[in-house]
Design a protein around this ligand. Structure first.
Ligand code: G4P
Length: 533
């Protein structure tokens, strides 16, 4: 039996975020490569036109070259057991990113050195900041012409509102990119290209080494000396506590493609980031070292792979050890269950596992019993982890099957996709189930819905835009359901129900929300509701 505490302490679970194309996939691939989890570069992602990224499951992702769903990978590196959570780069899927971040203990933010902070960086960062998790910045593509590193750090601070601490500093950029200066050790890590296949060959040289001019050239040497002076005089001190509270971001420079600076980054990052963090369940704080097993569902994904037409619930183990033979208690379902076919994902491969520890992410077969945010714990315990909030949808469409004979498949598909949290679905009271109102945060989610209904359920959708942008769950003073005829509603307000029977109002404008509240004083409005299906 492995040492329980040591197993947990060596775990690191983080999410990786970036604006599309900044190099997230390439960096992930290099991590896997160093950890020996893949044999050669390119195994994660081939050329763009034949993008076979392990983390890109869906056809639509390949077509558009974006990552729609987040995936999970585990690998070992220098004694650490690392769980990487990939996140969708596109803002329309920020809710998915948020849920994924609930399962992570820190985040790595990849920035393109030529572009700096981009639109999606801003959005994703905002989602990270909501959780106050430590954010580590990797400024990538230094092998190309890059912007001034001071300017890049300033932009991060200014645009994202987080202080930065450069842990290392680049020496040149583009063809002249020679390596990085490690500020902690006071030495230069000089790289030699080896075609980008495996870790770059690095030589460590002290800053006062007389041979430095010969190695990096006099001009770059002088520039580095000036830069270091400036850096050391700059404000932010390194403070691990502030890093761990998401207030200070350690910054690293490198090039994922050529491997320059990737391994030093991984090593420092693993040293600075935390072992599994505790999670709250109301008043209770569940610590990773608690003996009893506990976990929560942060993601549900159906039909990830045509060869496995099943539904997988992803769990983050919060405490204890998961043992495949033992029963667990599903709090929301009120039942003891055995988790079937627990598996870990390594790139496109799935591996059945016998045990997992706090910090790990496991996928279990879901016969349709789990919802996002559900708690699993040891039999005899009943706490619930704090719920994962749903984002309020901002776009609504009326959706039905083009072929009325396919009503059953249509409903099944819609409900399943809603249970995964990929869309929210509503219906109007008194009407049948032929049509459903779908709410999403970003309109690309509609494309995914249409694609998946066609591919997984063989249903062609008819969609019609609805002029609503806001939504409020409602509650009457008596607790009885509100009757439409008793409500005073304007023309741009609609009464609907979610799939748990909770009532909501959809509004065309913020103004209409106020107007309606003013005229229906018996109603209480809630911005965040319970579940939405
Ligand atoms: P993403 O997951 O963040 O969307 O980015 P991805 O890793 O797919 O990288 C986007 C493009 O940038 C890829 O080129 C990749 O090879 C390139 N890239 C990543 N890191 C570096 C780097 O450090 N330096 C340079 N010069 N390029 C980098 P592509 O041509 O779009 O795709 P591919 O043909 O290489 O697959």
């Amino acid at each position: 039996m492995p040492n329980y505490e040591a197993e947990i302490n060596r775990r690191r679970t983080f999410a990786i975020i970036s604006h599309p194309d900044a190099g997230k996939t390439t960096l992930t691939e290099k991590f896997l490569l160093y950890g020996g989890a893949i044999a050669q570069a390119g195994a994660v992602k081939g050329k763009k036109n034949a993008r076979s990224a392990t983390s890109d499951w869906m056809e639509i992702e390949k077509q558009r070259g974006i990552s729609v769903t987040s995936s999970v990978m585990q690998f070992q590196y220098e004694g650490f057991c690392i769980n990487i959570l990939d996140t969708p780069g596109h803002q329309d899927f920020s809710e998915d990113t948020y849920r994924t971040l609930m399962a992570a203990d820190s985040a790595v933010m990849v920035i393109d050195a030529a572009k700096g902070v981009e639109a999606q960086t801003r959005k994703l960062f905002k989602v990270c900041a909501m959780r106050d998790i430590p954010i580590f910045t990797f400024i990538n593509k230094m092998d190309r012409e890059a912007r001034d590193p001071f300017e890049l750090c300033e932009e991060l601070e200014h645009e994202l509102g987080i202080e930065t601490y450069p842990v290392n500093w680049p020496i040149g950029c583009g063809k002249e990119f020679q390596g990085v200066y490690d500020r902690g050790k006071g030495e230069i890590i000089h790289f030699t290209s080896n075609g980008g296949a495996k870790a770059a060959t690095a030589t460590q040289v002290r800053l006062d080494d007389p041979g430095l001019d010969g190695l990096i050239g006099q001009r770059l040497h002088q520039q580095l000396t000036d830069d270091i002076e400036l850096l050391d005089g700059a404000a932010a001190e390194f403070d691990l506590e502030r890093v761990r509270h998401g207030k200070l971001s350690p910054v690293f420079f490198g090039s994922a493609l050529t491997n320059f600076g990737v391994e030093p980054f991984l090593e420092e990052f693993l040293r600075m980031t935390t072992p599994p963090l505790s999670r709250s369940a109301g008043e209770l704080v569940v610590d990773c070292m608690d003996d009893a097993f506990s976990a929560f569902v942060f993601k549900i994904q159906a039909n990830m792979n045509k060869a496995h037409r099943d539904r997988i619930a992803f769990l983050r183990v919060v405490s204890g050890r998961f043992d495949a033979d033992k029963e667990v208690y599903h709090v929301q379902g009120g039942k003891k269950i055995r988790l079937s076919r627990p598996q870990q994902l390594m790139a496109a491969e799935r591996e059945i596992i016998e045990e997992a520890y706090a910090g790990d992410i496991i996928g279990v077969f879901d016969p349709g019993i789990f919802s996002i945010g559900d708690t699993l714990c040891a039999p005899g315990q009943k706490f619930r982890f704090d719920p994962i909030p749903t984002f309020a949808p901002e776009h609504f469409r009326r959706v039905r099957s083009r072929d009325t004979m396919k009503r059953k498949q249509f409903l099944k598909g819609m409900e399943q996709i809603a249970q995964e949290g990929a869309i929210q679905i509503f219906k109007t009271p008194y009407t049948g189930m032929e049509e459903v109102i779908v709410g999403v945060v970003g309109t690309l989610q509609f494309d995914v819905l249409e694609y998946r209904l066609k591919n997984e359920y063989n249903v062609d959708l008819y969609m019609e835009g609805l002029p609503y942008e806001y939504l409020r769950w409602i509650e009457t003073a008596s607790g009885e359901p509100a009757k439409e005829e008793d409500l005073i509603l304007g023309t741009d307000v609609k009464l609907v129900e979610d799939y748990k029977g909770n009532q909501l109002l959809l509004f065309g404008s913020q103004w209409a929300v106020g107007w309606t509240q003013e005229r229906n004083k018996d109603l209480t409005f809630h911005e965040f509701g319970g579940a939405s299906f």
